[in-house]
Ligand binder design. Sequence first.
Ligand SMILES: [Zn+2]
Length: 430
Amino acid sequence: MTKRLYYDRPELLEFDSVVASAGTAEGSRPAVILRETAFYPTSGGQVHDTGWLTLGGHDGDDARLRVTEVADADDGRIVHYLEAPSKLPLAGAAVHGSIDRERRHDHMQQHTGQHVLSAAFIELYQMPTVSFHMGEDYCSIDLATPSVSLEQIAGAEKRANQIVFENRPVRIRYVSRADAERFGLRKLPPAERDELRLVEVADFDVSACGGTHVSSSGQIGSIVLRKSERVRQGTRVEFVCGGRAVRMARRDYSALSEAAALFSSQLWDVPDQIRKNVEESKLVRKQKEDALDQLAELMALDALRDLPVTNGRKIVMRTFSDRDIGFAKLFAQKVTRAGTPAIALVASSVDPPGLVFAQTSSQTSSQNLAQGSGGTPGSMADMGALLKQVLSSVGGRGGGSRDFAQGGVPAGSNINVEQLLQQAAGTIVA
Ligand SMILES: [Zn+2]
């Protein structure tokens, strides 16, 4: 088993040791095992350290090995994975270990903050923590509760920061499992070891933990809770401590002040400004829809006005080069609902180009015919079939019913949609 120096000296970031073995692990990853190490392996929610191993008696680049990941092996040894070195050290070689200071310090802040926060949720709301996750940007705990209110989020945050401000000592001690049960632990680990390592935030929390922690609660800096969400095992609460809290606050502030500048408003007025803008754009969208509807109607009436009735219906052909397929569809609907039985063969050449074939519904036109508009119901065509026929010649896709069909031609195919309309009109007239 590797001796874990961080158990008793979590502040130790430089240490000397001896290589126990070196080789490749997990396929081809170069790795080193030391007799003792201060490097923390990923476990208990805390992420591994990174750093350097410097070989004694070597010079130059060969002497420095980059530790990129640290993991627990099943047999109690700690594996240091290395960025591919030119040569692996031999067993018995002396090494000096250096842990990346900022990263470890950040982990200690987050991890200790988690102990305090979990204890605050228990103390105030009897909500036990079932898991802890440390991510790149933020950390989270999962609470065994179906929901956490905004008041509870604010309450736990306030209480946790009180403990931070009181700068209580954080102590480590070892006890037997039997003694631990008498301590009133927040959570007892599964029974695998007889001796337990306890982390105690003075007069506030005691829990069994193998991680690295700061030595007084003030070093956590601050604890800021962020969003909470429902997860399978309860409710997940995101939080950031210390340096991360400052970075997050800086980032939030930058985003918010950029938004405020866009609105020429104060930071706290941004939500109101956004609400106002959303309402305005809804209104503008509605006005635009109404205007397009009226325009399509007028254009349809104009197109129908001087058109002769052939075989009991008018045939309107139109290609739009400046309006999309949505407008083409609207125009076709207006043409077919204007009162005279009509067929609309409409296209838009705006990307993506498309076709709409529509006719006054068979039912409506039969009624009109009965009222003496002329022609016979048989004079109408099947729009779906017609569209398929026209599109199949150019590899387009589309379809629809007897009275309405819509389709598109392959994007960027240079197909002249106007020619397709003429082809369709020719089929109908023939
Ligand atoms: Zn811990």
